[in-house]
Ligand binder design. Sequence first.
Ligand SMILES: [Zn+2]
Length: 261
Amino acid sequence: MKTKILSLFLLAGLALSACTPAATPTEHAEETTGHAVHWTYEGEEGPEHWGDLAPDYATCGTGTSQSPIDLTGAAEQDFTNISFHYQPSEVKILNNGHTVQVNYDAGSYIEVDGQRYEVAQFHYHAPSEHAVDGKLYAAELHIVHKNAAEQLAVVGLLIEEGAENAAFTELLANLPAEESPETDAGFKIDATAFLPEVQTTFRYSGSLTTPPCSEGVSWFVMTSPIQLSADQIAAFEHVHEGNNRPVQPLNTRTLSEDTTP
Ligand SMILES: [Zn+2]
């Protein structure tokens, strides 16, 4: 019994040290307030326990505007499409233990609802976090943006298996397999090339999908999925698989869908 308890402590210690490199940005880097309590996608530190792991994570358990959600029953509306102003960026890439993230050079932005949001970073989840009519996709890319008031807007790209996608080739060949600090991969990438042709979106107000699950995040999930080949999806999964938070209740929120390209 004693040995068991001791080894539990040792395991806990290892787990903590694996997640405490001081300067490692969290998935949503702009939310960083010092790398905090360890969390996972399953078991004792999994999504259903996030809210109890640390006071800072309480919103994960008590929040009523959480993400992701099932995108279903949306109210159709005629929105002005997002205006994308992405530039190529150096690929400053890291594996934070939860996803692989590319920190994006300053100067790229979207305009939506009269607001300008600068691209901060993009990263992925496999399978997708958002569902459509109850169905998850193979993966989901999140392009995280921030406005001058530090409010977040995330563009979500649902990924389905299909044709090989050249926009991802170089990135997928350079995914850091192990947890690692930011390194310059030595090439550029333009997130414009990730976007689907039809740029209508599901829109709702949600949260970060990882602790601390902060709310007030404007979500724009593209209605049209993009395609990657089975091999390309496998390359994402090889590094991180199962890094999707389960869907959360919509509660009193409105989910809208822009139906006019
Ligand atoms: Zn994400």
